[in-house]
Design a protein around this ligand. Structure first.
Ligand SMILES: *[C@@H]1O[C@H](CO)[C@@H](O)[C@H](O)[C@H]1NC(C)=O
Ligand SMILES: *[C@@H]1O[C@H](CO)[C@@H](O)[C@H](O)[C@H]1NC(C)=O
Ligand SMILES: *[C@@H]1O[C@H](CO)[C@@H](O)[C@H](O)[C@H]1NC(C)=O
Ligand SMILES: *[C@@H]1O[C@H](CO)[C@@H](O)[C@H](O)[C@H]1NC(C)=O
Ligand SMILES: *[C@@H]1O[C@H](CO)[C@@H](O)[C@H](O)[C@H]1NC(C)=O
Length: 385
């Protein structure tokens, strides 16, 4: 078989066969999808993506966190808050017993700060911080949520953090905000030597370009999302939406979509970032050696109060009355300090074959991969026709 035939077969399989396969549509993977085969075929035809060097690839489902199993692969963090928040992070037992973590009837996942307890000034308010057991080295992370926590004194984040001594393996803040802000802030924190490239095409506004966590009070290199529906009251009033973070050898990019703007390929479970337009924020390999500064990342959700960001910015936030410590006393101030999550899906990048566009030789690994695809294809055809 020559390489042209191989190439043809590969594209044929990727475009026509893979679609309805049991693997792709497994109900245990994506139980909410209910597409007719014709729609699936149409959708999957556009799935094949290419790297800058011509290597074709797909984003394949790797992990889904949703419904009543959401917390099964997370640990509840109970140490003190490194960002000096006036918070006590509770363990799983306490979180479920006091309904700081619970599920809606439809499987929606909730995490929130304590909204029932009056506290003397200066006392920590209970809340949650969770860390995924799985660590990732690259991936496409797609969070679908109805609400992210907000309100005066509130400071939530959805982020990923490298194992080992911070910030050796890097930190990626995908969704983060304080008070009743309207614009999400994306930030990267690393060791010395990683920079955000100002010329890279992003829709957000660059706040800082040096990602070194040990300077500028750990501001990192940050970008403010252009959309005023990317955090806080407006994000919530739009019914929430999707935050997507793509981390691969081409860099790290973040997109936000309020609910009405979520791309169809995300909804159908076959995400294709190349069709999403310019990202809100991006860290380009031209300014940062991604493989050197980011490794072994866990996924984290947290909600803290006051502390380094919400505490230090409180006095300069006109819409927030009194002081942060005063604000913390009344539980009624925390009724919107809630994560309401539909799902978090992680996709991994599957290269299909080595550099087919410049005609490099077919390797043994490629043959293994090809036979896998033929198998998937045969299964699919049997399912479809
Ligand atoms: C969880 O935290 C509560 C309150 O601090 C404590 O009493 C309990 O022993 C803890 N449970 C576990 C399993 O650590
Ligand atoms: C940014 O986008 C513009 C318009 O799409 C394009 O002309 C330009 O080449 C892009 N710049 C970079 C650095 O990709
Ligand atoms: C990532 O984790 C693996 C497994 O624990 C370890 O062998 C490796 O050294 C870690 N990589 C970095 C850069 O810390
Ligand atoms: C909670 O959200 C509602 C709806 O946007 C708003 O009217 C209310 O003021 C918020 N409360 C707090 C304490 O932030
Ligand atoms: C406070 O939290 C509980 C869950 O612990 C939630 O059911 C309730 O709606 C919240 N109260 C308000 C006023 O949002």
């Amino acid at each position: 078989m020559n390489s042209n035939l191989l190439r043809y077969l590969l594209v044929l399989l990727a475009c026509h066969a893979v679609p309805g396969s049991a693997f792709f549509q497994s109900p245990s993977l994506f139980s909410r999808s209910s597409h007719r085969p014709s729609a699936i075929v149409h959708e999957r035809r556009n799935l094949l993506n290419t790297n800058a060097d011509g290597t074709p690839f797909l984003w394949l489902p790797q992990d889904e966190y949703s419904g009543t199993t959401f917390f099964d692969r997370f640990q509840f963090y109970t140490d003190s808050d490194p960002t000096k928040g006036t918070v006590t992070y509770v363990n799983a037992t306490t979180a479920f017993a006091s309904r700081l973590a619970y599920f809606g009837d439809d499987g929606t996942v909730f995490m929130q700060g304590d909204n029932t307890t009056w506290l003397p000034q200066g006392t920590n308010r209970n809340s949650v911080r969770i860390t995924s057991n799985t660590v990732y080295n690259t991936g496409l992370f797609i969070l679908d949520l109805n609400k992210a926590p907000w309100g005066c004194a509130v400071w939530p984040a959805f982020w990923t953090l490298g194992t080992g001594d911070w910030p050796t393996n890097g930190e990626i803040d995908v969704l983060e905000g304080v008070h009743d802000n309207e614009h999400n802030q994306v930030a990267f924190h690393t060791l010395d030597g990683c920079y955000l490239t100002p010329t890279v095409n992003i829709s957000g506004q660059v706040v800082g370009t040096n990602c070194d966590a040990n300077i500028n009070d750990n501001a990192g290199c940050a970008v403010t999302d252009w959309s005023r529906a990317s955090y806080g009251p407006y994000f919530e009033s739009q019914g929430g939406g999707v935050f997507a973070m793509k981390w691969d050898e081409n860099g790290i990019s973040v997109w936000s979509f309020f609910r009405a703007a979520i791309p169809q390929d995300i909804i159908s479970g076959s995400p294709d970032p190349s069709k999403w337009g310019i990202p809100s924020a991006a860290l380009d390999p031209a300014g940062c050696d991604i493989g050197k500064y980011f490794a072994n990342h866990s996924i984290i959700f947290d909600i803290t109060f006051c502390g380094d960001w919400a505490g230090n910015s409180y006095a300069t936030t006109p819409s927030c009355p009194g002081t942060c410590p005063e604000r913390l006393m009344d539980p009624n101030n925390f009724v919107n300090a809630t994560w309401s999550i539909n799902s978090l899906k992680v996709y991994r990048k599957q290269l299909l074959i080595g550099k087919i566009t410049n005609g490099s030789p077919i390797t043994q690994l490629d043959w293994v991969m090809l036979s896998t695809w033929i198998l998937v294809g045969v299964t699919t055809l049997a399912t479809l026709y």
